[in-house]
Ligand binder design. Structure first.
Ligand SMILES: NC(=O)c1ccc[n+]([C@@H]2O[C@H](COP(=O)([O-])OP(=O)(O)OC[C@H]3O[C@@H](n4cnc5c(N)ncnc54)[C@H](O)[C@@H]3O)[C@@H](O)[C@H]2O)c1
Length: 391
């Protein structure tokens, strides 16, 4: 078939906050530029979707450099002009969290479809209002839920769907790593706003959004939360080499009750040193077997391969507990999770009936809700119920 007989759906995408860590690496380089490089997203043998991004930010020089590096023709520091152009039908946002909701509200008012990073707002009310606005405007909307698209979690989903676990009893999530403070000339790995509450920082706000969709989608709706936050490291050094006081939580110890009876406990920390398979591990224990999933890999131990330990601290353990686990084979090619979700959303924009996209602004608001209630639980030192958000 010649190229001329292929129908191209060109989608103008306003990419705001694209000079940031997530915007540049995951959304522009790994997703949109990679999709353009591969010739677009194939809808069928004779139809393709081709994103046409316009990079938006505050610093023209940075935008120009990024555009050149990623072979993007269009960039601007003027969001309003990008919104006014009817060829740009999709607004994407990866700005600082507290800038997100106002910018999305503006884009919805301009009639754009929406795709954005989490958290979708600073409060549940703000995030849920975006869902209401989008529903009223009749636009299509989606929120990044990248962890679901990780190969390790896809393998876990396959184990769940195939009944490997029997009855699932509990889920233990360990997330985190040591984020340097900026002392001793070692560069920090995360932006300083993450450690300032007044700038939208804090690990509860950041990570409970993720745990909400992971739990809801794989193990059962979150019904109640008990969360304890902590600011273990009190001072850090910012991007300008200035010392600042950490006002946001850098660790969270949270327990969740799920519909159906599964208990989940997640530790999230930027002040922990890693001695586990990966930066995120999810251990799932079931009556017939267990699994530990990392970002890419997943290992399993079935009931019949389960050792029978006997408590005896006086002798070296006769069992090596890392033996007896089997790696789930990688039977399919997994693309970058952010890109996989972008591709699904782009297909949803063009063929919604064929490609449903369940990760919408209401789902985004549910993430914000769990983070908000996690903080409430910490403040009250009590369990907090998680009410369902109206559809
Ligand atoms: N899905 C995920 O796994 C994941 C991971 C990390 C961060 N995030 C989310 O992505 C968003 C961006 O995080 P990041 O780590 O890329 O942050 P970052 O600091 O690297 O980027 C922030 C972006 O916002 C822009 N911005 C606009 N106005 C600004 C202002 N007044 N001050 C500072 N920056 C301003 C910056 O130019 C930059 O493009 C956050 O909402 C964060 O919660 C998601």
């Amino acid at each position: 078939m010649s190229n001329s007989s292929i129908k191209t759906h060109k989608i103008g995408v306003i990419m705001n906050g694209v000079t940031g860590r997530m915007g540049t690496n995951q959304h522009l380089i790994r997703s949109i530029a990679a999709i353009r490089e591969q010739g677009g997203v194939k809808l069928s043998d004779n139809e393709v979707i081709f994103p046409d991004p316009i990079l938006v930010g505050r610093n023209e020089a940075k935008l120009e450099k990024l555009a050149a590096e990623t072979k993007v023709e269009r960039y601007t520091t003027d969001l309003d002009s990008a919104l006014a152009d009817p060829n740009n039908s999709l607004y994407f946002d990866a700005q600082l969290t507290q800038l997100r909701a106002p910018a999305i509200a503006k884009a919805i008012a301009a009639g754009k479809d929406i795709y954005c990073e989490k958290p979708t707002g600073v409060t549940t009310e703000e995030a849920y209002e975006l869902y209401n606005m989008a529903k009223k405007a009749g636009i299509k909307h989606g929120v990044v839920q990248d962890k679901l698209f990780l190969p390790g979690l896809q393998k876990l989903r396959w184990l769940i769907d195939s009944g490997f676990f029997g009855e699932i009893l509990s889920v233990r999530g360990e997330f985190g790593y040591w984020v340097y403070t900026g002392e001793d000339q070692i560069p920090v790995q995360r932006p300083s706003w993450n450690y300032r509450k007044e700038d939208g920082g804090g690990i509860i706000v950041d990570m409970l959004c993720h745990w909400r969709y992971v739990l809801d989608n794989l193990f059962g709706d979150v019904k109640a939360v008990s969360c304890l936050g902590a600011t273990h490291v009190k001072e850090r050094i910012d991007e300008d080499g200035k010392r600042y006081k950490c006002t946001a939580d850098d660790s969270a110890y949270a327990t969740f009750e799920l519909a159906g009876g599964v208990i989940a406990h997640f530790n999230s920390s930027w002040t922990v040193r890693v001695r586990r398979d990966d930066l995120l591990t999810l251990q799932v224990d079931g009556s017939r077997g267990s699994a530990v999933a990392g970002l890419r890999d997943c290992v399993i131990q079935s009931y019949n391969a389960t050792p029978r330990p006997i408590w005896n601290p006086d002798i070296d353990s006769p069992i090596d507990f890392f033996d007896g686990w089997t790696k789930v084979p990688t039977n399919q090619v997994f693309d970058n999770g952010f890109k996989a979700q972008w591709e699904l959303f782009l297909k949803h924009l063009v063929r919604p009936e064929k490609f449903p996209f369940p990760y919408d602004l209401r789902e985004g608001a549910k993430g914000v809700q769990l983070a908000e209630l996690g903080i409430k639980s910490w403040e009250k030192r009590a369990w907090v119920e998680v009410p369902a958000l109206a559809k």
